[in-house]
Structure formats: structure tokens, C-alpha cells
Design a protein around this ligand. Structure first.
Ligand SMILES: Nc1ncnc2c1ncn2[C@@H]1O[C@H](COP(=O)(O)OP(=O)(O)OP(=O)(O)O)[C@@H](O)[C@H]1O
Length: 427
């Protein structure tokens, strides 16, 4: 069990000058408090977080302190999610995408993943990426223009997944950057009074990292050698909450703004519920929005999660900043339960069970032989069940291989299907 890590980042101020009675935010280590101009703190407004980044911070610093541990863990089989939350124009897209001079979290994460996988010489990796947006409560594939309004499904094997989402197998960071460029071109941006290039959708850039030992051990030791690790990493740039009076939104922008605010409100509700203890949190309303449904594992589930809350330092945005800090404070209380996601291959399953029987025999030596026989009989039955399960898995794997080679054969002919993969649950 571990808490979601939460950081707050101030973007550089755009205010020309300060009025004498302006309130301002003060940072002391990881604490933020609101002060009057003469330095008097406003006692009720003070928050502490895992990290606080001031206006001069770079994406690199933020990445190293907040996000890098999640990326490293994803390479080793843990699901991970990093998302940016905050009012419109507070710097979410800047944090996730960055600039030429100061590359963002996504860029740094991609570079790090390929670097790490090259350094780990005893495993082989398969990395797939997808990129989607939730626009007006509909899921669009940013890597495939034809794929819009995609449905969310859930199954025992696949967990929660977006059906029909294109996934590309990638071998280098440069390939990923090309795909991101393609996705960015398809993403919904629009101009408002608050931001000349405001994100009008939530985007989820996803990497699925699969790995296995290069040469499985042939001896009895199957501790983890034959298992396949599969982890899902989500890098999320949320659209910003907005006050219509400030953004001046009308028409299409107004409709977008309403959808954005509604889904962020539901995200807030989910975080509120998760931050409560005991019986109060019985029902978590994940299904109330596509965003919370897709991010369900990252919110109180099997994932390591970090949230970057971006805020504007100006006096005119004090109330919105306060709202973001309240959200961040609640998020800090949410606990996740991340574990390495391993799938045992059929051979590994059998080996592991044979080993267990041997161990039992040794342990029970000297005990009454009837007890011994009963335990072994039960273990044999379990093993038989596993064998049947393995056969089923082998058939499924074979089917997948056939469909993969069919797609490979059709590739370039214009007839290939969009690839749909899914995350296997740990067994
Ligand atoms: N830390 C920063 N350093 C330099 N410029 C920044 C920083 N944060 C934000 N900006 C600039 O502020 C403007 C607004 O930032 P950005 O578009 O990232 O906000 P946003 O929170 O994603 O907004 P929206 O929710 O409307 O999409 C951009 O011009 C961006 O380059």
C-alpha cells in the first residue's frame, strides 16, 4: 500500500505589477500558504505536499523528483500513471509536453524507458504505444483519425480497456516521438481568453511495457524466470477547469468547457471518496465519466500514481488556485496498491507446481503417511486443473500468433486491421 505522490507547480507569473494589498502565495520547502501583502499569513490557507516547485523550476527537475521513480518502476513491471491537473492556462500541457529548451514529462519518460530497457541486458522488451483523447465525453484515437467514439469494455482477462484503440509496437524513442507528433496534430485545441492554445480534451498517452527473461532457466528454479511482466504507463494531460466568465467561452468552446468541468468534477468526487476512510468510501463513482473509468486502476488500484497540480500565481486566480490545492490535499490521502504484474507461461506454471510438491514432500517427511498422501493428492488435483488452464492459454496464444502474422502479412496492403492489444492480468 502506498500513497499517491502529489506535487504542486507554480507557472511563471504573467502579472505586470502588484497592487499594495495583493495576496500572494509563499513557499516554504513543501508548504504553500497564502499571505497578505505585508507578509501576514492568512491562517486558514496553508497546505503541505510531497514536492512544491516554484516559478523557476524546470520540467527536468520536476521529472527527476516526482515522475522518474514511477517510470523506473514501470520498466520493472509496475503499472504507473502521472497526470497534470489544474485550472486552464496553469501549465499542464507545458509540464507534460514541454518545449525545445525544456522537454516535458512525456519526452523525458520515453527517453528514460528506452535507456533503461537497453541497460537491462538479461530481459527482452516489447513496447507498444497508444494515444487517445476524451473530447466532449467521447474517446477518440489520436493515432488513427477514423477511430472515434470508441467504447470502454471490461473483461476478466483484459481488465478495463478501450476497444479498437490502435497500438503501435515501437523500438526507439524517435519512433515514439513521431507518433506523438501525429497524435498532437489530431488533438483538439482551441483559443479562449485565458489561453491562446487551450486543450479542449483530456489526453492519455499510454505505453505498455512487456518483458521476459532472455533465456529462461532450465533448472527447477522458476521463481520469476519464466514469467512475463506487463505494465501499463499512462501519461495524462487533463483539460483545465475553467470559469466561463474568465474564458469568455461561447458556442463550441462553451460546450467543450461544460464537458471539461463536469468530468473534472467527477474526478474530484472519485478522489474525495477515495480519500475518505472505512464505510464512507463504499461506492466510488468511477463509472460516472470516461476519464475516471479509464484511470480507475490509477486511482486507488494497482498502480503507482503521481499528480502534478499546476497553479497560477497571480492574485486574480487565488480562488482557483485554492481549489486546486484542496484537490491536491485530498489526492495526497489516496492509497494505491501496486504490484508487479506477472503472467506465468504454461511451462512456468507447471514447473512451479512440481517444485511445490517436492517442497511439500520434504517438509512432510517423518509425518504420518496418510496426511502426506492427502496433501499430495490435493496438490495433484490442483496441478491437473492448472494443466487444463495451460492448454486453454496455449490455444489462445496460438490464435493470437495467427492473427498477428495475418496482420503482418497484410501490412502495407491497406487491408490491415487496427491492432488491439490488451493488458493481461497477473495470474
Ligand atoms: N513552467 C512554465 N514555464 C514557462 N512557460 C509556461 C510554464 N507553464 C506554462 N507556461 C506557458 O503558459 C501558457 C499556458 O500554459 P499551458 O497551455 O501549458 O496551460 P494548460 O494548463 O495546459 O492550459 P489549458 O488547460 O487551457 O490547456 C503557455 O504559453 C505556456 O507555454
Amino acid at each position: 500500500m502506498e500513497k499517491i505522490s502529489v506535487a504542486v507547480r507554480f507557472r511563471p507569473s504573467t502579472a505586470q505589477n502588484h497592487l499594495p494589498d495583493d495576496r500572494h502565495w509563499r513557499i516554504d520547502d513543501n508548504r504553500i500558504s497564502l499571505h497578505r501583502s505585508l507578509g501576514t499569513p492568512i491562517s486558514s490557507v496553508s497546505f503541505a505536499f510531497d514536492h512544491v516547485f516554484d516559478q523557476s523550476s524546470t520540467n527536468g527537475t520536476l521529472y527527476n523528483q516526482l515522475t522518474k521513480p514511477i517510470i523506473d518502476a514501470a520498466v520493472h513491471g509496475f503499472n504507473g500513471t502521472a497526470f497534470a491537473y489544474g485550472q486552464t492556462s496553469s501549465g499542464k500541457t507545458f509540464t507534460m509536453n514541454g518545449s525545445q529548451e525544456d522537454p516535458g514529462i512525456i519526452h523525458l519518460a520515453v527517453k528514460d524507458i528506452f535507456h533503461s530497457t537497453q541497460m537491462i541486458t538479461d530481459r527482452e522488451f516489447l513496447i507498444r504505444v497508444s494515444y487517445m483523447e476524451i473530447y466532449n465525453e467521447e474517446i477518440n484515437d489520436l493515432l488513427s483519425l477514423g477511430s472515434q467514439k470508441l467504447p470502454i469494455h471490461e473483461s476478466l482477462e483484459r481488465g478495463i480497456f478501450v476497444a479498437g484503440l490502435r497500438e503501435e509496437i515501437v523500438n526507439t524513442a524517435e519512433q515514439v516521438f513521431e507518433l506523438i507528433k501525429l497524435g498532437e496534430a489530431n488533438r483538439h485545441f482551441g483559443e479562449t481568453n485565458m489561453n491562446a492554445r487551450s486543450s479542449r480534451s483530456h489526453t492519455i498517452f499510454r505505453m505498455v511495457i512487456e518483458s521476459s527473461i532472455k533465456e529462461p532457466m532450465s533448472s527447477g528454479d522458476v521463481s520469476n524466470a519464466d514469467a512475463i511482466r506487463v505494465s501499463v504507463l499512462n501519461l495524462v494531460d487533463l483539460a483545465g477547469s475553467e470559469r466561463i466568465a474568465k474564458t469568455g467561452a461561447g458556442g463550441v468552446r462553451l460546450k467543450e468547457g461544460k464537458h471539461i468541468n463536469k468530468s473534472l468534477m467527477i474526478l474530484g468526487n472519485v478522489i474525495n471518496k477515495l480519500s475518505e476512510s472505512g464505510r464512507q468510501r463504499a461506492h466510488i463513482p468511477y463509472r460516472d465519466s470516461k476519464l475516471t473509468r479509464i484511470l480507475q486502476p490509477a486511482l486507488g488500484g494497482n498502480a503507482k500514481t503521481s499528480i502534478i497540480c499546476t497553479v497560477a500565481p497571480e492574485e486574480v486566480h487565488v480562488e482557483e488556485t485554492r481549489g486546486t490545492l484542496q484537490f491536491a490535499s485530498r489526492a495526497k490521502r489516496v492509497t494505491n496498491c501496486a504490484q508487479v504484474n506477472e503472467i506465468l507461461t504454461d511451462a512456468a506454471l507447471l514447473k512451479r507446481q512440481k517444485l511445490e510438491i517436492e517442497e511439500l514432500r520434504t517438509k512432510l517427511q517423518g509425518q504420518h503417511s496418510e496426511v502426506l498422501e492427502q496433501v499430495i493428492l490435493k496438490q495433484r488435483n490442483d496441478m491437473h486443473k492448472s494443466e487444463l488452464e495451460c492448454e486453454k492459454l496455449a490455444m489462445e496464444l496460438e490464435e493470437k500468433k495467427i492473427s498477428r502474422s495475418t496482420r503482418a502479412a497484410l501490412k502495407g496492403t491497406g487491408k490491415e486491421d487496427q491492432r488491439t492489444y490488451y493488458v493481461c492480468q497477473s495470474r
